[in-house]
Design a binder for this molecule. Structure first.
Ligand SMILES: O=C(O)[C@@H](O)[C@H](O)[C@H](O)CO
Ligand SMILES: [Mg+2]
Length: 402
């Protein structure tokens, strides 16, 4: 089998997605997600101009060799644009191999290690009462794990809370919006939120919280300690992780489990965090981390240190990545949990898929390959629209981490 052609499909069914389609001379094709929220066209151009011409004529079964060709062969290593482009090719090749061998991708990764993939979803509210209500509604839908975020009194717009009435979707069309942030008000508030959520929801529901890189290490340590009575499943991105050593300090002060890595694009971003056991869950995602091939190696390394996966699964990852993550999560031994922020109905129509949700778990389905399609005619009706994630400023105007 040979790769005959490849193309990019850039569309915006409620939000932007970049999808790679690789077609073989036997008519089998594979899909890969190349979406990098707010910088979509850079990855599309990287693929179209620099990668796709190198793929024509290659054997799509040589997934490892093609990965090395694109990684080492570029000479310039790592970075979110490069790694998302490599990931798209990698996903498409696993999809092709599964279809060619008539088996779901999880079977190519070692087979089922469990029956279903535990997922968590997002709950949020403008205040504590609304947030508690939102957690309870998601628990009633069957979720066994829920991330809780709430508006903070005195802070105009908190992370994870939608503008009134809308579903939460951080990417906004037009230029980046600006939100305001106060660490002091947030730190005083969050323990009250989780006190209320635990009282209302009982001990069994898994509760998660995303700090979204906004604290210093010592502030994060304080938050982790304050949240211990509510036994969170994890505290996410407590501090920016460019300096991996920062997590040592947090770890020395609290037993609240820590998850990080949704913005990582290479195993090396997580290397110290894992080998020093400073984190409990790795949030890297297949699309931004170089694909299934790269993440399998990272997960296997993490397994040695009892670090489990908790992959990113916000709507800025397309259904193609969601499917890849579910096959991956079903197969690997050190799977922890998978984020599930459901896509809109329109997105799901553009990307019909075999995966399903039932009673707190997701299932990739048994379709050969990844089990995701793209309706190209429908996609064409929703052309790309420039959009960005917001930026954040402190109350005095200083730009801070969103
Ligand atoms: O954990 C999450 O889902 C968030 O941090 C989102 O990924 C972020 O808002 C970008 O979309
Ligand atoms: Mg996050």
């Amino acid at each position: 089998m040979k790769i005959e052609s490849a193309k990019l499909i850039v569309c915006s069914p409620d939000r932007n997605f970049v999808t790679l389609k690789i077609v073989t001379d036997e008519g089998i094709y594979g899909l890969g997600d190349a979406t990098l929220n707010g910088r979509e066209l850079a990855v599309a151009s990287y693929l179209t101009e620099h990668v796709l011409p190198c793929l024509i004529g290659r054997d799509p079964f040589q997934i490892e060799d093609i990965w090395q060709y694109l990684y080492r062969g570029a000479y310039w290593r790592r970075g979110p644009v490069t790694m998302s482009a490599i990931a798209a090719v990698d996903m498409a090749l696993w999809d092709i191999k599964g279809k060619a061998l008539n088996t779901p991708v999880y079977n190519l990764l070692g087979g089922k290690s469990r029956e279903g993939v535990l997922v968590y979803t997002h709950a949020n509210g403008a205040d504590i009462a609304e947030a508690v209500d939102s957690v309870q509604r998601h628990a009633a839908e069957g979720y066994l794990a829920v991330r809780a975020q709430s508006g903070v009194p005195g802070v105009a717009s908190s992370y994870g809370v939608p503008k009134s009435g809308k579903p939460y979707e951080p990417a906004e069309r037009g230029l980046p919006s600006e939100s305001l942030w106060s660490t002091e008000k947030y730190l005083n508030f969050v323990p009250k939120l989780f006190d209320a959520v635990r009282k209302a929801c009982g001990e069994d529901l898994h509760l998660l919280h995303d700090v979204h890189h906004r604290l210093t290490p010592i502030e994060a340590a304080r938050l982790g300690k304050a949240l211990e009575p509510y036994h969170l499943y994890w505290m996410e991105d407590p501090t920016p992780a460019e300096n991996q050593d920062a997590f040592r300090l947090i770890r020395e002060h609290t037993v609240t489990p820590i998850a990080t890595g949704e913005v990582f694009n290479s195993f090396w971003d997580a290397h110290d965090l894992i080998r020093n056991q400073w984190i409990d869950y790795l949030r890297m995602t297949i699309v931004h981390g170089g694909g299934i091939t790269a993440l399998k190696k990272a997960a296997d390394f993490a397994a040695v240190y009892q670090v489990r996966t908790g992959f990113h699964g916000a709507t800025d990852l397309s259904p193609v990545t969601m499917a890849a993550a579910l096959h991956f999560g079903l197969a690997i031994h050190n799977f922890g949990i998978q984020e599930h922020m459901p896509h809109t109905k329109l997105t799901d129509e553009v990307f019909p898929h075999a995966y399903t949700f039932n009673a707190g778990y997701m299932y990739p389905g048994d379709a050969p390959g990844l089990g995701v399609e793209i309706d190209e005619a429908l996609a064409a009706k929703y052309p790309y629209q420039r959009a960005y994630l917001p930026i954040a400023r402190k109350l005095d105007g200083t730009l801070t981490d969103w």
